[in-house]
Write a protein that binds this ligand. Structure first.
Ligand code: GAR
Length: 205
């Protein structure tokens, strides 16, 4: 089986990128990172792949006249590297339907809450403020909405009485690092079938 080519979009720390990289290195994930694209120069995420044979590119929004040309530059870079699955790993921008149309059913995101609860920014702080006893993380396909696409995997994490947004974020992040490589692996094995809003995980062939 060939390795699916991933294009990873990042904005910052890149701990999920690291988890994906580790899973590939350990042969737990049969995939290949074709390119890492950051919208932020100097992002720690970029340093994580230094020393590997992985292309990296910085594409900054402010270097482009409008969002459309910015996104076109990202799409062109992904296509140049023959990316089959676009992986948003702490990429803090909303993508337009035009961009999504370039990669139908082939863009994944991880969100630090149990969607549809607490979409958008600062999901962990939203959860603490609301007072939920359980939160978690969600891997989903990206559609035109904000964190609204079909859900692939979710895992719950307890919210403890003493939690603030930071302690909760850390507990959730630990689970994200297992869940994201697993979801990507299911895609790479051709085991995800989307029926309307539902993503069916098919048996291993
Ligand atoms: C992760 O917690 C991820 O779920 C979240 O940003 C963090 C990125 O961390 N993403 C979002 O909130 C997207 N709406 P990382 O850069 O260390 O992977």
């Amino acid at each position: 089986m060939n390795r699916a080519v991933l294009g990873v979009l990042v904005s910052g720390r890149g701990s999920n990128l690291q988890a994906i990289l580790d899973a590939i290195q350990a042969e737990r994930l049969r995939a290949k990172i074709g390119v890492v694209i950051s919208d932020t120069p100097g992002a720690l995420a970029l340093k994580r792949v230094a020393g590997f044979d992985i292309a990296t590119t910085v594409i900054e929004r402010k270097k482009f006249a409008d969002r459309r040309s910015f996104e076109q530059a990202i799409a062109a870079e992904l296509q140049l590297h023959h990316v089959e699955l676009v992986v948003l790993a702490g990429f803090m921008r909303i993508l337009s339907s035009e961009f999504i149309g370039h990669f139908p059913g082939r863009i994944m995101n991880i969100h630090p809450a149990l969607l549809p609860a607490f979409p958008g920014l600062d999901a962990q702080a939203q959860a603490v403020r609301y007072g939920v006893k359980v939160s978690g993380c969600t891997v989903h396909f990206v559609d035109e909405g904000v964190d609204t696409g079909p859900i692939i995997l979710q895992e719950a994490v307890p919210v403890l009485d003493g939690d603030d947004e930071h302690s909760l974020a850390e507990r959730i992040l630990h689970v994200e690092h297992k869940l994201y490589p697993r979801a990507i692996g299911l895609f790479c094995e051709g085991r995800l079938r989307t029926e309307g809003r539902r993503v069916i995980i098919t048996e291993k062939r």
